[in-house]
Write a protein of this length. Structure first.
Length: 383
């Protein structure tokens, strides 16, 4: 057989999940959804496709969606209308909360799970198709709402036994302010863009933009960033935003003292345009981003705060213990088999009489054999 069969080739960023990997992802998904449900989040399902004009007409989509990442589009044969394949579920939830669920008493807690499709990769997500699971809290007090999202995410991570994590916070609104205030197409503007992207404050020579050095240097641990902020001279608007930002982080740290917080004020590279605060949760062991979140405004200027967990990156961050398998010999009665179903093992029935059940059980990676006499025997201890 030709292992390089072109019919099996996939576009970059797409892959097939084989049984072990698929089971691991399903295990993680159930853990996440169970935890969200336990905390009062209600499951909603959104369409994979929408009309292009639906996306454009929704101001919540425009507020939240990053236009640097256009979705895949296709044409509906019967109507010739343009359809977009969702690249992210959060904007759909924001639209849903402000339309079909606008009458529901606030705060409203929603959760979702589904595949997304993107036309580009980015620094924190190398797959272009993957499963998103997330929670959105709409209409909650700002600090308490953010704290709830962080606390639930912390429990999820703990349940999956991912131990070495940190939360990196940024202020997306400042980057949009700078983009509006500075012409980044000029020679000086290009230098400023490079300085911000590369975190190199030494590139900034123009006196007018000296304050940008202080923004770039507001990075590192929470204490270091706060110290640099207090010593900086910034435009009044930026200073006000950052004062509120650091007060919010102090509130989080006060209530969750064991979380590791880092700050990167100039980090504005996210798939979504969050409002005042955005964050990424990293697994420090492999530098994978396992979740991303932040705040945003709905059509009616209502506040939403959410988290999106990326199951593909999460699966690379925890160890999955496969369930033990039992090989069930031919002609075992259902009544007998039911007695063993109470446990967490997997039972694989023999469909044809097999002269060598042990060999077949080993081929199927079974640890036990359930004999016709109703005995559960460990492979290796069978005579």
């Amino acid at each position: 057989m030709n292992k390089n069969n072109n019919s099996e080739l996939l576009p970059e960023g797409f892959k097939v999940l084989l049984p072990n990997h698929a089971e691991k992802e399903e295990f993680a998904s159930r853990k996440i959804l169970d935890m969200l449900n336990k905390n009062g989040y209600l499951l909603v399902k959104t369409p994979l496709l929408e009309y292009e004009n639906t996306k454009i007409s929704s101001s919540s989509n425009q507020k939240l969606q990053n236009t640097n990442h256009e979705p895949f589009i296709l044409m509906e044969p019967s109507t010739k209308n343009i359809l977009v394949i969702r690249p992210d579920i959060t904007p759909q939830i924001a639209k849903l909360a402000s339309t079909k669920l606008s009458h529901v008493k606030r705060p409203i807690r929603l959760m979702y799970s589904g595949e997304v499709l993107r036309n580009t990769k980015n620094l924190y997500q190398s797959d272009r198709q993957y499963q998103q699971i997330g929670a959105e809290l709409i209409g909650a007090p700002y600090n308490k709402g953010l704290l709830e999202i962080i606390q639930i995410t912390k429990r999820i991570i703990s349940n999956l036994k991912i131990k070495n994590t940190l939360i990196d916070f940024s202020v997306p609104s400042i980057m949009r302010y700078l983009e509006d205030d500075i012409n980044l197409k000029t020679k000086d503007g290009q230098i400023i863009r490079d300085a911000i992207q590369n975190k190199d404050s030494g590139l900034i020579k123009t006196k007018k933009y000296k304050y940008l050095k202080s923004i770039i240097e507001c990075t590192g641990s929470l204490n270091t960033a706060k110290s640099n902020f207090k010593k900086s001279k910034l435009p009044k608007k930026i200073k006000t935003v950052l004062e509120k930002f650091f007060k919010t982080l102090d509130y989080l740290k006060k209530n969750e003292s064991d979380i590791i917080i880092t700050v990167d004020i100039s980090e504005g590279n996210s798939f979504l345009n969050y409002q005042n605060l955005g964050f990424k949760i990293y697994n420090k062991d492999d530098s994978n981003v396992i979740a991303i979140g932040g705040d945003y405004l709905l059509d009616n200027n209502e506040l939403g705060i959410g988290i999106t967990l990326m199951t593909n990156n999460i699966c690379n961050s925890f160890k999955f213990k496969e369930r033990e398998k039992v090989y069930v010999e031919y002609n075992i009665k259902d009544a007998l088999l039911k007695k063993f179903y109470k446990g967490n093992r997997i039972y694989i029935r023999e469909l044809f009489p097999n002269k060598n059940s042990i060999k077949e059980a080993i081929n199927l990676k079974c640890k036990y054999v359930l004999t016709t006499k109703g005995k559960l025997k460990k492979i290796g201890n069978i005579n």
